[in-house]
Design a protein around this ligand. Structure first.
Ligand code: C2E
Ligand code: CA
Ligand code: CA
Ligand code: CA
Length: 269
């Protein structure tokens, strides 16, 4: 009706329709300025000082309210929209870090997550250079988080990309570590500075457990390869204590602070 065509197949379930609607809204989200970065503190174990913040993307949808990245990042990946969105994220994270510094808050670094598509896109290097230059940001203050599975998917190709990024002077963190079947041969050659232990190993962590043994092994690996090791998803004092005893360099999680808007984080700096 009204010159609007709607293709409907009875087999299409509600989920598919909803996803389609969400993708349409996602296409306009950048120009409508519906994205916001929240920041979560990373602390030197056991309880500080601040070593940096991780930028986590939030979408303020006009009807749905706050939409979390696990809902829309996969759609952004599938549709290629992640490239434009990712460019905004990198720029905004650099802008915010330099704003904090201009206000006198020494935030040592900002971490930005890169999805697989972004990581493999030919324009990545240029976008990062542009963002650093625009905001006068020292490259070493930017940490790019790439999941272990992305890094190990095609390790030879990843190595080349990571070497180029590293040559810019930015730091590399291997995210969700322990879930992605690393080839140790490649891990040894990756120009990374940090391993981030996946929350799966932290969630039920107790002394003497299998998880504790795995965490110890990751920390030993980090030491051998001269990488700092951070644990994500730290929610309790018991986890904080044990992770510190096991030798984690830094910690991140609700126990220290939830991801929050720049203004709220800034007020606590
Ligand atoms: P991630 O990079 O592994 O981020 C960690 C997730 O755990 C975040 O969820 C964070 O809010 C949450 N978290 C932090 N501390 C705790 C804790 O103590 N307990 C629990 N249960 N959770 C904790 P979030 O913000 O929903 O992000 C989910 C994922 O979406 C991220 O996982 C990352 O893969 C992706 N993502 C977020 N922002 C971006 C972005 O700007 N670009 C890309 N490409 N991906 C992003
Ligand atoms: Ca991350
Ligand atoms: Ca992670
Ligand atoms: Ca994760």
């Amino acid at each position: 009706g009204r010159n609007v065509y709607c293709f409907f197949e009875p087999s299409m379930n509600r989920g598919a329709h909803e996803q389609l609607a969400l993708v349409q809204d996602l296409r306009r989200a950048l120009s409508l300025e519906q994205f916001e970065l929240h920041y979560q503190p990373k602390l030197r174990a056991p309880d500080g000082p601040l070593v940096g913040v991780e930028a986590l993307l939030r979408w303020h949808h006009h009807e749905r309210g706050l939409v979390m990245p696990d809902t829309f990042i996969p759609l952004a990946e599938k549709t290629g929209l992640i490239l434009e969105i990712g460019r905004w994220v990198i720029n905004e994270a650099c802008r915010q870090l330099m704003e904090w510094r201009a206000q006198g808050s020494e935030v040592p670094s900002v971490s930005v997550n890169l999805s697989a598509t972004q990581f493999r896109s030919p324009g990545l290097l240029g976008k990062i250079k542009e963002a650093l230059a625009r905001h006068g940001m020292p490259p070493s203050s930017l940490i790019l988080e790439i999941t272990e599975s992305t890094a190990m998917h095609d390790p030879e190709a990843s190595l080349v990309i990571l070497q180029r990024l590293s040559a810019l002077g930015v730091q590399i963190s291997i995210d969700d570590f322990g879930t992605g079947y690393s080839s140790l041969l490649y891990l040894k050659r990756l120009p990374a500075s940090e391993l981030k232990i996946d929350r799966a190993f932290v969630k039920d962590l107790v002394p003497g457990s299998e998880d504790a043994a795995i965490v110890s092994a990751i920390i030993a690996l980090g030491r051998t390869l001269n990488l700092s090791v951070i644990a994500e998803g730290v929610e309790t004092e018991a986890q904080q204590k044990l992770l510190t005893e096991l030798g984690c360099t830094s910690l991140q999680g609700y126990h220290f602070g939830r991801p929050d808007a720049a203004a709220s984080i800034g007020a606590r700096l």
